[in-house]
Design a binder for this molecule. Structure first.
Ligand SMILES: NC(=O)c1ccc[n+]([C@@H]2O[C@H](COP(=O)([O-])OP(=O)(O)OC[C@H]3O[C@@H](n4cnc5c(N)ncnc54)[C@H](OP(=O)(O)O)[C@@H]3O)[C@@H](O)[C@H]2O)c1
Length: 476
């Protein structure tokens, strides 16, 4: 590729740095919407190949960062789609000397929200507006319309709004992109999205395990169940792709899912969600169990040894297939309601802790299309928070109170059945335990408080005194 000469009239009105799977697809999406895109990638060969492949579009590749920046109209809009962490700081350091005051840098990767908050302040000091935008939807979303969650320097929003909303997915004509709030709020919301995604995937995996090990169904036998569920209340992208996956076979007819090693990877956003929940004292127990389930799955060698030493037999299920499957449907649905209720509790507490004033209805709305957790269900959540923006918990919304009450017996029977059989259902169990704890007027925490006071003089509040008055007993 020959480097284009520097011109007085910048040829591009948007810049993208990072041409891996997400960056390339977002560039094509921007190009589809009429943006003239300058592109740069650390490894120049990637830039050359991409620019050559799309020579028929207004996409210009640059090997030099200064020429890349000079080719973009001011105020510049530059999207970073690179590996999160130190690479983002390194790239910003390289970029900053070439930028002008008022330019906008958007980090579209999965950055940690505290890094985004720090970068927003650091770039503001240099006169540059920084946006941390969570982008969800994977490769296909990036290409044809992701869900975008931008936050950071609000002064950047009028500059980037047209581009980000143009490339986002839409629902009923509304873009799945809206300004989230200051600092790291955009990446925080994306982090919760990913945590919820972990939970959704785990509750589906547990259904698959009960169907497979509990009911001895083959993957192709499971497929129609997921297809049917996708026509009802569980209608979602993840249920839909699960049906596709279960129907996929190798050349010899073996279901592809059966030849995949059962050790799950993860990139970190699930762990971050759980760490945030601990820091904010807000329970996302279903997501936490989903992260742990991945960690346990990865102990592959230890699990083989344990299976030999402890036995891996399960008790066959004795109920009819119809009963097990009806309960499983409700277990999935009830667990999903609890998981989203917990995820939105965490968003609500972050909004208060960081002063973000998050619009929970809008956030649920952004997740209705384009992203991995898109589902019919999110329309109901959008409606619940639209009806009552100060709703303290999704489980207390009339619609969801009714739904969870209806589905809970199925979840309860599923957890009991799995426990009797010896099939692990950590996410279903977490959902059930949270539900039962949340609806308990009295928990055994009084005994815990007594123990803490006994061994550590930590004091306790009394039921016959106002809250906030602390007592100590000399127990011995
Ligand atoms: N993949 C997905 O489905 C998905 C979905 C949503 C969000 N994300 C997030 O979006 C971002 C991009 O994801 P991706 O999967 O397209 O790519 P990725 O594999 O996360 O990152 C590869 C890109 O980062 C660049 N890079 C790595 N280290 C760098 C450094 N020190 N300085 C400059 N550039 C560096 C690479 O350049 P070289 O070509 O030179 O190595 C390449 O362009 C990530 O934060 C990811 O977590 C990904």
């Amino acid at each position: 590729m020959t480097t284009p000469p520097r011109t007085l009239e910048p040829a591009s009105n948007f810049g993208v740095i990072g041409l891996a799977v997400m960056g390339q697809n977002l560039v094509l999406n921007l190009s589809d919407h009429g943006f003239r895109v300058a592109v740069f990638n650390r490894t120049a060969a990637r830039t050359d190949a991409f620019a050559a492949q799309h020579a028929d579009r207004s996409i210009t590749g640059f090997r030099d960062l200064d020429l890349f920046v000079a080719a973009i109209e001011q105020p510049r809009r530059i999207l970073l789609m690179i590996k999160a962490g130190q690479p983002v700081d390194d790239q910003i350091t390289d970029l900053l000397p070439h930028l002008a005051p008022g330019d906008v840098v958007i980090d579209g990767g999965n950055s940690l929200f505290t890094d985004t908050a720090r970068r927003t302040v650091e770039l503001a000091d240099a006169g540059v507006l920084f946006v941390g935008a969570g982008i969800s939807g994977g490769e296909e979303g990036a290409r044809y319309g992701p869900s975008i969650m931008p936050g950071g320097d609000v002064g950047a929003w009028p500059i980037v709004e047209d581009a980000l909303t143009a490339i986002a997915a839409t629902v009923d004509g509304e873009p799945c992109c809206g300004w989230i709030g200051p600092g790291g709020s955009g990446h925080y919301v994306k982090m919760i999205h990913n945590g919820i995604e972990y939970g959704d995937m785990q509750i589906i995996a547990e259904a698959y395990d009960i169907m497979g090990r509990g009911l001895s169904m083959s993957a192709p036998e499971m497929q129609p169940w997921f297809e049917r569920w996708n026509d009802g209340r569980l209608d979602s992208y993840l249920i839909e792709i699960t049906a596709d996956i279960l129907g996929h076979t190798e050349d010899d007819g073996t279901p592809t899912v059966d030849v995949i090693v059962d050790a799950t990877g993860q990139k970190g956003t699930g762990k971050w969600t759980v760490a945030a929940s601990m820091n904010q004292s807000t329970p996302v127990s279903l997501i936490a169990e989903s992260v742990y389930a991945r960690i346990v799955s990865a102990l592959l060698d230890e699990r083989q040894e344990a299976a030999s030493a402890l036995g891996d037999d399960i008790e066959p299920l004795t109920d009819s297939v119809d009963q097990v499957m009806a309960d499983l449907h409700d277990a999935l649905y009830a667990a999903k309601i609890v998981s989203y209720a917990q995820g939105f509790m965490l968003l609500r507490s972050a909004s208060e802790e960081y002063g973000w004033d998050l619009d929970l209805s809008m956030i649920a709305g952004l997740w209705r299309a384009g992203c991995i957790i898109r589902s019919r269900f999110l329309t109901e959540i959008t409606a619940a928070y639209r009806k009552n923006p100060s709703l303290t918990n999704l489980l207390l919304d009339d619609y969801f109170t009714h739904q969870i009450t209806q589905a809970m017996p199925g979840l309860r029977r599923t957890v009991a059945r799995a426990a009797r059989a010896g099939i692990p259902v950590p996410a279903y169990s977490a959902a059930l335990s949270f539900f039962d704890a949340f609806r308990s007027r009295r928990l055994p925490a009084n005994l815990t408080q007594a123990q803490r006071d006994y061994f550590g003089a930590h004091t306790y509040e009394r039921t016959d005194a106002p809250r906030g008055e602390w007592f100590h007993t000399n127990w011995i």
